[in-house]
Design a protein around this ligand. Structure first.
Ligand code: CUA
Length: 347
């Protein structure tokens, strides 16, 4: 939570991670419930504190008490049906209201209405991994897809005349994680061996940040999330591009071509996939369209076009994200240059 707020503050958009600025129906439901609970508990707090301070002041020790011998007690009252009924009925009523409103909120944030064939829904499977997010685009607008990407979820904006809900199927490859983009929806756990689901939609374009909300090991705090809500046209363009196999380096670009050969000869291929090449690992992020992403290392550092951070990352991942599962391969500078030259072309 703190990490997201700092990250968002650095982006000069603190609102980006606030539950008090909902941009999706489930987040709105949770926001409404929290305001109601805050109002009820705030009222109770105010009443209790008022009575307390009134009593402290009204029955404070006075001059007359000091002179008396304390043998006379105030009148003692035993049992009062009206008072007992009142202090039983009032809390009961409050609890009933909270139960009913919470039940309605639970209903709203769960998949409701269930996805119908024919609506413009996007279906994505999310796999939580130490310490990044794998997104597999299963279906959009009724058409099956096979797009795999990491860390940045692109979704289409949901307009009033064509609502485009996003349905996530949540799984884990290792330990418990929790999907949380506060402005879009509440937290949902990613549980090993169990499938969860959630949904949201946003009428507002732009970037929404979040982060893993369940402690999952050393780099839990750097398991950041970015959801990019695109215009329908931008989303379709992004989706079409992601569906293509990786770009071949230009004929004349010998650095990139040598970089590809080197990449394919190293153990990078055991973990990473680059569709259209022999690299078919499925343990680490899919790199087919690496440069279409804004960040590296699950939101930690910018993925600059020049490849400066990419080079830094490949040279020594442990220096950037200590404990991450990508080892350092102790590549020489010329080797790094070639690999970065190749990867920079994966748009
Ligand atoms: Cu994944 Cu915390």
């Amino acid at each position: 939570m703190g990490g997201v707020l700092l990250f968002a503050a650095a982006d000069s958009a603190v609102q980006n991670a606030s539950i008090f600025s909902p941009a999706s129906p489930p987040a709105q439901s949770i926001h409404n419930l929290s305001i109601l609970i805050l109002a009820i508990t705030g009222f109770i707090f105010f009443v209790v504190e008022s009575v307390l301070f009134y009593s402290i002041y009204r029955f404070r020790r006075k001059e007359s008490d000091r002179r008396s011998d304390h043998s006379t007690e105030p009148p003692q009252v035993y049992g009062s049906a009206p008072i007992e009924i009142a202090w039983t009925a009032a809390p009961l009523l409050i609890v009933v209201v909270i139960v009913l409103v919470s039940a309605r909120t639970l209903w709203e944030v769960n998949i409701d209405p269930p996805p119908k064939p024919g609506n413009h829904a996007l279906f994505v499977t999310v796999v939580g991994r130490q310490w990044w997010w794998e997104y597999t685009y299963d279906q959009f607008d009724g058409k099956p897809l096979g797009v795999v990407t990491a860390n940045e979820l692109h979704i289409p904006v949901s307009e009033a005349r064509t609502p485009q809900p996003v349905y996530l199927t949540l799984k884990s490859a290792d330990v418990y994680h929790s999907f949380w983009v506060p402005r879009l929806a509440g937290k949902t756990a990613l549980v090993p061996g169990h499938t969860n689901s959630m949904w949201f939609q946003s009428a507002q374009q732009g970037l929404f940040v979040g982060q893993c909300a369940e402690y999952c090991g050393t780099q839990h705090a750097n398991m950041l999330q970015r959801v990019v809500v695109d215009s329908p046209l931008d989303f379709q363009r992004w989706l079409d591009n992601e569906g293509k196999p990786a770009a071949d380096p230009a004929i004349g670009d010998s650095a990139a071509r040598d970089g590809r050969s080197m990449f394919l000869s190293l153990s990078c291929v055991n973990c990473h996939r680059i569709r259209g090449t022999a690299a078919q690992g499925n343990y680490a992020p899919d790199l087919t369209h690496l440069m279409s992403r804004q960040t590296l290392a699950s939101g930690m550092i910018a993925n600059d076009r020049a490849g400066v951070n990419l080079r830094r990352w490949i040279a020594d991942p442990q220096a950037v994200k200590p404990g991450c599962l990508m080892p350092s391969f102790s590549l020489t500078n010329p080797q790094l240059d070639l690999i970065v030259a190749y990867l920079r072309g994966l748009n």
